[in-house]
Each structure stands twice: as structure tokens, then as C-alpha cells.
Design a binder for this molecule. Sequence first.
Ligand SMILES: N[C@@H](CCC(=O)N[C@@H](CS)C(=O)NCC(=O)O)C(=O)O
Length: 229
Amino acid sequence: MRSLFYTLGSPFARAIRVLLHELELDYGKEEELTTPTVEERAAVTPTLQVPTLRDKGTTLWESGLIADYLLSSYPAPERGDPPLAPHLARPESAWEDRLILATAQTLGSAATIISQMRWAGVAWSDNDYLTRCRDRLPHLLGWLEERLPDTGHGFFGAHLSAQDIFLVCHLDFIANRPLDLDPELEKFPKTDALVTRLRTRPSFLDNPILWWDPDVTGYAEDGRTPLYA
Ligand SMILES: N[C@@H](CCC(=O)N[C@@H](CS)C(=O)NCC(=O)O)C(=O)O
């Protein structure tokens, strides 16, 4: 049985959940509400991180590799507007496509490091390394913006790419955490339009990113509205 280990808040895991939805693949939801112990995580993956996928007797971690595995192993349905691209990278631009994904993932790492440290009591503005992580954002977004063809399409033009999915998941994460981070998307109109479009796609609506701050104790019956003590 296929299963995915994830936390609700992880943007890396959300991208894999969106991709599984796009590929119309069922999976067991090993959802963690609290952080498991090191031993519990280590029993599943040496990275101690989510997402981790189990499929056909194999265990995989690192979200970009999981996306590559899923797109290489399962056919992309020719539904959706636009339909999902059948590969992680197009043969004619394999390295450029992989570089776009790696760059989106660097943006996700910068945001999640800032977030983890925020809850450990260190704001990005209090720490030189975290300030550098914050300073990466406009450079990464500027570079990615140049690779989008126009305000009506994602990185692959006529197809939805894993690159589109990861970038929007990382930007939605930033938008749903009180991290004092403003990606200033008005300066990146093609990226802004991509975020707006994907937010209404069924795979994104079915796997929402939830608002979270340390005082949130749970979510209302709608599964989205945060509850406070
Ligand atoms: N490079 C990893 C990053 C995954 C990651 O940072 N996951 C976070 C949640 S957003 C996590 O598990 N953090 C707990 C930890 O690092 O111990 C990937 O792409 O899967």
C-alpha cells in the first residue's frame, strides 16, 4: 500500500500531496499533528524529515526526488486545465527544468528555516544567517520570474509542472505564517498570476495550506479555520 508521511504545515509535503492528487493516486495519509520523537522519525527516514513516501516496497524522501519518482512511475492524466506535465523535466531542456525546480526548493528551504527558527524564538531580523535567508527571496523570485513565459502560463507553458506546484506551495507557506516575510509579489507579475491561478485548482483546494501560529490549537470542522484556546 502506498503511504505518505507528512505534516499538515509542510510546503514540501503539500506539493507531493498536490502531485498525488493530480496523478489520481490513492495513498495512506500518515499525517502527523505533533512533531514525533527522533526515534519515531528515524524509523521511517534518516533525514528525520517529511515528506517521506512508501510505495511498492520502496521508501523515498526528499520531495524533489519523490516528485521525479512519481512522474517517472505513473502516467499523467490528460485532464486538467492545463494538464499535468508527464515528466519532471522536458527532454529538450532537462537541466534548465531541473535548475528551476532546485531554485524553487531553495526558496522553500529559506522560508522553512526562517519559520523553524521563529518558533525557536529567533526572528530573521535578529540573526545574520536568517537575514541572508530572507535576502535570498527577491533574488530567487527575480530569477524564477524571468523563466515564466507570461502571466497566463507556468514554467512549461501548456502543462502544469512540478516546478509550478512547488513554487506556489512555498509562496503559500510564506503567506500563511506570521514570519514577517513579504515576497512582494506585485514586483513579480508572472509569479503572482501563477499563484492566483493554482490556488483555485482542485488539487490545491483539496490540500489547503492552513494558517498556523503557536497559539493555534486545532482547526474547525471546515478543516481550515484556526481555533485558539
Ligand atoms: N529537502 C527536504 C526538506 C523537507 C523539510 O524541510 N521538511 C520539514 C517540514 S517543512 C521537516 O520535516 N522538518 C523537520 C526537521 O527538519 O527535523 C525535501 O525537499 O523534502
